[in-house]
Design a protein around this ligand. Structure first.
Ligand code: ADP
Ligand code: MG
Length: 640
């Protein structure tokens, strides 16, 4: 029905009822049960938000069906096609029809089962919801059956139901998602954005099940082909081979809970929270309280504003958790959250201390398997204390926990904190004066700040610029100030599309993981406007030919990766507009850092440019760029 007609009928009904209110009250019942197709569409609103939600549900179903090999095929970022093929148990003819009914599930039968869930699905609403808002084709066969079943269902209506010859297992094709809900379809974001959500889901499922072979085809191109194996191989398969040397295995167990997985060494920290995963009984969950446990374990080991990598599996008896908090099942409640917190914190602390004592870990170890010795050679753990430092309130008998606390203390005594802090960049001579020398014509450096003829400006510890001003002295944070300057410059270039560029003598190849590559394509236009020049060679590698004029050459790879990372972080945390985000990200990554020695001209140029900016007092993220110490204040120090 056209919208205008819907509106007018509603209005008439309303007028009719309003008018009838003075008439004798009609004793008519007005409540009706919604037809299934509408009920399913409403449910779909919660379960199926975007193509990535369909991907998640289908992959989880395949895993629940015991598949060992799963193939995911998407077209147009899942908008026209999402296909999942598995070699799992398959379905009988009856089940193939039943699976599209709401609340139809093979995974629980009684309400008690809700407390012992070991499968990923159990609500029986995913397929019903998907079939309500898409055109679905299902081919499925159990190994023992001779023929399989083909079902076509469209907006909850079954169109085909027949026998078909097919491979054992299940093959779901979801076509034209939201074909019958134009409002939802229009709400979908660009292919690049939707594809990134799919890659995120795929990555999470792949991490949770390293033993299952998973591949992903994107418009016929193979993006991932992950063989089944150890967790560490899976992590490398998803995040790139280079990350392997930066991982440290992590495990801890009490009677209540077992934690296992890998954490990133401090030097592998990221500017984004993206690469942090908790899996509870192999299900991906978000949990800010447990995240906090990990972060406190890293305390003092990470530079500010950075996030460690972690992939941690928590195994706990399902009676101690409630996963039925939200239809997407990514939230979870533990009946004893504090105990789980303590175990996670202990596990991470110990992994950190062990790695520091013994840098050469054997990364072939599989942290999936319990009780493996760590690879360190000359390290003998001190005897466990009489009482475990890990809280266990479950009342169960506690197996002896390894004494991480003592270990950690011992390690801290041996290696005081500064030794394990990432080394600050060695002071280096900066060429930025020549590059950034963009002083407006006819202006003298620092002229408006300094009283005439008194060049009282110096650099403090290669971090701060101290300069004399009329009312006293000003201390400028060189990093924050430069970030402010670059940010405004980049923002202007993005608006006008005229960022200056420097060609590289030797173009540099940068290989990116598929998710980052996707993001780069999303911001391609903008970063070209900033002055980047690059070609795409294959689907994971770009060749950087030119970089923005202001950026020091020689760090193209780090810069591009840093830009993407920062962009992700901003996107997750701040929800910035794209241009704003790109300008901020690049400014943050390319701004000069603490530890860089500046010449007098460079300092005065920086001060001048800072004061030519629209907001000299703060860097784009709101940290102050400068502090004033007035002569009055200084006098007060010495007041008699
Ligand atoms: P749930 O996973 O919560 O049970 P779904 O709507 O996702 O609900 O699926 C309904 C049922 O269909 C499942 O319980 C399962 O029995 C069956 N099913 C779905 N996908 C598959 C598959 N890939 N292989 C075998 N059976 C499946
Ligand atoms: Mg399911």
């Amino acid at each position: 029905m056209p919208e205008s007609r819907i509106k007018s009928t509603k209005l008439q009904n309303f007028a009719h009822r309003a008018g009838s209110s003075r008439e004798p009250f009609l004793m008519q019942d007005i409540i009706q049960l919604l037809p299934d197709s509408i009920a399913n569409q409403i449910a779909a609103g919660e379960v199926v938000q975007r193509p990535a939600s369909v991907v998640k549900e289908l992959l989880e179903n395949a895993i629940d069906a015991g598949a060992k090999n799963i193939q995911l095929i998407v077209r147009d970022a899942g908008k026209t096609l999402i296909q999942v093929i598995d070699d799992g148990a398959g379905m009988s003819e009856m089940d193939a029809r039943m699976c599209f009914e709401r609340h139809a599930t093979s995974k629980i039968r009684r309400s008690e089962d809700l407390f012992t869930i070991r499968t990923l699905g159990f609500r029986g609403e995913a397929l019903a919801s998907i079939a309500a808002v898409a055109q679905v084709e299902l081919r499925t066969r159990r190994a023992a059956d001779e023929l399989g079943t083909l079902i076509r269902i469209e907006g909850s209506e079954v169109r085909t139901h027949e026998a078909v010859a097919c491979l054992p297992g299940t093959n779901f094709c979801i076509k034209n998602l939201f074909f019958n809900v134009p409002a939802r379809r229009n709400f979908l974001r660009s292919n690049a954005v939707e594809m990134r959500h799919i890659l995120d889901e795929f990555g999470r499922v792949a991490l949770a099940h390293p033993e299952i072979a998973l591949s992903l085809y994107q418009n016929d191109l193979e993006t991932y082909n992950l063989t089944g194996g150890k967790l560490v191989h899976r992590i490398a398969g998803i995040f790139g081979k280079n990350c392997r040397e930066h991982l440290s295995p992590c495990q801890e167990e009490t009677g209540l809970v077992k934690v296992t997985g890998y954490i990133g060494k401090p030097e592998y920290c990221r500017k984004t929270r993206g690469e942090q995963f908790f899996f509870v009984n192999d299900r991906y969950v978000r949990h800010s309280y447990l995240h906090h446990a990990v972060m406190t374990a890293y305390e003092g080991l990470l530079p500010a504003e950075s996030f460690p990598f972690y992939t941690l599996f928590i195994y706990i008896d399902p009676v101690h958790i409630d996963i039925n908090v939200h239809p997407t099942k990514t939230e979870i409640k533990f009946d004893d959250e504090r105990a789980v917190y303590a175990v996670i914190q202990a596990a991470v602390k110990r992994a950190l201390s062990v790695y520091s004592l013994s840098p050469s870990l054997d990364f072939e170890l599989n942290a999936n398997h319990w009780g493996l010795p760590y690879g360190q050679k000359n390290f003998t753990p001190s005897p466990p204390p009489p009482e475990s430092s890990v809280v266990d309130k479950s009342g169960n008998a506690k197996p002896p926990t390894r004494n991480w606390a003592a270990l950690y203390d011992e390690f801290q005594q041996k290696f005081p904190e500064e030794q394990i802090q990432p080394q600050p960049a060695a002071p280096s001579e900066l060429t930025f004066g020549s590059r950034i020398n963009l002083l407006p014509e006819g202006r003298q450096p620092g002229r408006h700040l300094r009283p005439e003829g008194e060049p009282a400006t110096f650099q403090l510890h290669h971090q701060y610029i101290v300069t004399q001003v009329k009312s006293g002295m000003m201390i400028i944070d060189q990093a924050a100030a430069h970030e402010r300057i670059l940010y405004e410059k980049y923002l202007a270039s993005l608006e006008k599309g005229n960022g200056g560029s420097q060609q590289l003598l030797f173009p540099e190849r940068v290989s990116l993981n598929p998710a980052d590559y996707q993001l780069l394509t999303e911001m391609k236009e903008e970063i070209r406007n900033l002055g980047f020049g690059f070609d795409v060679t294959d689907r994971h590698t770009v060749v950087v030919r030119a970089i923005p004029a202001e950026v020091t050459a020689g760090k193209e790879k780090a810069l591009l990766e840093g830009l993407i990372e920062q962009f992700k972080w901003h996107q997750a945390e701040l929800n910035l507009g794209r241009k704003e985000n790109i300008a901020r990200s690049l400014a943050h990554r390319s701004a000069l850092k603490h530890g860089v020695r500046l010449s007098l001209t460079e300092m005065t140029t920086l001060i001048d440019q800072l004061f030519a900016s629209s907001n000299p007092n703060y860097s784009p993220d709101g940290t102050p760029t400068l502090h004033m110490l007035t002569t009055e204040k200084i006098t007060s120090f010495f007041a008699r």
